[in-house]
Write a protein that binds this ligand. Structure first.
Ligand SMILES: *Cc1c(COP(=O)(O)O)cnc(C)c1O
Length: 459
């Protein structure tokens, strides 16, 4: 199928968006004003924006044409039916409730399925997913394999669930206290690591025994499917589209942030096979999002999404998308920069604990490193460490995650190989200068998802 060693974009550029190269003095000032939090920088002050791959993809000419085909009827837009059929055909799920983005789907799913006192096991947490589970009265339990917490483990499927951990939880709290297992395909917080089909099949068997559902955060399912095609026995000759379908078929429903894999700037949905859950969600969506045939999206957004889903599972597309991330990752490895291995599918994750080994975790090494990178070159990255992990609900102490990372997230179809070279060289410069970097202190801390708005000062 695809060649493991070479890749090139299966498209050419038709329109460009200028970006500005700034001076160090300028960036120093901008960074200070942003409280050393890259989330608070103005995008016009950023040269290469690797904050996130969320909503930052470039749409195709087909998708842009789709925008013109928007049917903005309040009820029953034809774009909804196109989207619904696309999700049924490509993603296998029966019932669809559109939402404005992923967290709205997480909100509904959590409120519908989780009761106070329930436990929700998952293959590592994601920020918004876990928060909605907790707000519904549940407790998240991490059941990912130990390898996922080790940035140096070369295990190929670090997104796998440890079935022993799940069995232990079932034995301890009882299956009736576990409404579903929450799995993510490619685990964002583990560094964009995939889950294997074999592991999902085994999980399906175990959960079937106890009547526990599997709910799938399918935000990056095409990237996960590509990794299965690349590395899992028996899948080399299947298409990514086939693997996506098979993977989804083993789960009971999904939440989707369409701003990632599905190549649109806004959108999401909840998709389930069970009619009862669907019926409740369809009723709930009118309270929080909009009517159940648009759920927070314009007709044109739904059209662009339906087209984006089809493009996202094309083998050429996904091989080039992940190939570009691997290119950057390999360059950094060759430079001796500590990164999470194996390289993830949507970004390269700098191991800030190893990078700034002299900065203790309560001085926010990853936050500091992200700030230094912007200062060096105008490249904007994101902290995924102690700031993102928030505080313990009971003790009020910081959660200290094993992984203290800076995420260089690559938007889809946006930057070129030359941009990747500039990024790598900047990381290398900061790495060479690392001994001079001190940590930071937090001077403002918001209550929820603090990483978005927290402010810092240099020590
Ligand atoms: C982005 C993301 C979400 C949340 O989706 P939004 O569209 O940002 O609300 C949930 N899970 C994962 C894995 C994500 O990456």
């Amino acid at each position: 199928m695809h060649n493991k060693h070479s890749w090139a974009e299966p498209y050419k550029i038709k329109m460009i968006e200028p970006i500005v190269i700034t001076t160090k003095e300028f960036r120093q000032k901008a960074l200070k004003e942003a409280g050393y939090n890259t989330f608070l920088l103005e995008s016009k002050d950023v040269y290469i924006d690797l904050l996130t791959d969320s909503g930052t993809s470039a749409m195709s000419d087909r998708q842009w044409a789709g925008l013109m085909m928007g049917d903005e009827a309040y009820a029953g837009s034809r774009n909804f039916y196109h989207l619904e059929k696309t999700i049924q055909d490509y993603y296998s799920y029966k019932h669809v409730v559109p939402t404005h983005q992923g967290r709205a789907a997480e909100h509904m799913l959590s409120q519908i399925l989780i009761k106070k006192g329930d436990y929700v096991p998952g293959n590592m947490y994601f920020t918004t997913t876990k928060l909605h589970q907790e707000m519904a009265g549940g407790t998240f339990v991490d059941i990912i394999v130990d390898e996922a917490h080790d940035p140096n483990s070369l295990y190929k499927f670090k997104g796998d669930v440890d079935l022993n951990k799940l069995q232990k939880l079932i034995d301890k709290v009882g299956a009736d206290k576990i409404p579903y297992v929450s799995i993510a395909s490619t685990v964002n917080m583990a560094g964009g690591q995939p889950m294997s089909m074999a592991n999902l099949k085994a999980l399906r068997e175990l959960t079937n025994k106890y009547g526990i559902k599997i709910m799938h955060d399918m935000t990056r399912i095409a990237e996960n499917a590509f990794m299965i095609q690349l590395n899992e026995e028996g899948y080399a000759n299947k298409t990514v589209a086939e693997i996506v379908h098979e993977f989804n078929s083993l789960t009971d429903g999904a939440t989707m942030s369409a701003k990632k894999d599905a190549l649109v700037n806004i959108g999401g949905f909840l998709a389930v096979n069970d009619y009862d859950t669907f019926d409740k969600a369809r009723n709930m969506v009118v309270v929080y999002e909009g009517l159940h045939t648009y759920g927070g999206m314009a007709g044109r957004d739904m059209e662009a999404l339906a087209i984006g889903i089809k493009e996202s599972v094309q083998d050429d597309h996904i091989a080039a998308r992940v190939g570009q991330v691997f290119y950057l990752g390999q360059k950094l490895l060759d430079m001796g920069v500590p990164i999470v291995k194996p390289v993830g599918t949507h970004g390269v994750f700098l191991d800030a604990k190893a990078f700034l080994a002299h900065v203790p975790q309560d001085k926010f090494p990853a936050q500091t490193l992200a700030a230094e990178l912007y200062l060096d070159s105008g490249v904007r990255a994101m902290e995924r460490g102690v700031v993102s992990a928030g505080r313990n609900k009971e003790t009020g102490e910081h959660n200290y995650p094993k992984l203290e990372l800076v995420r260089l997230t690559i938007p889809r179809r946006v930057y070129t190989q030359a941009h990747m070279d500039v990024i790598a060289e900047s990381v290398q410069r900061v790495f060479k200068n690392r001994e001079n970097i001190k940590g930071m202190k937090m001077v403002y801390e918001p209550e929820y998802l603090r990483f978005f708005q927290a402010r810092f000062e240099k020590l």
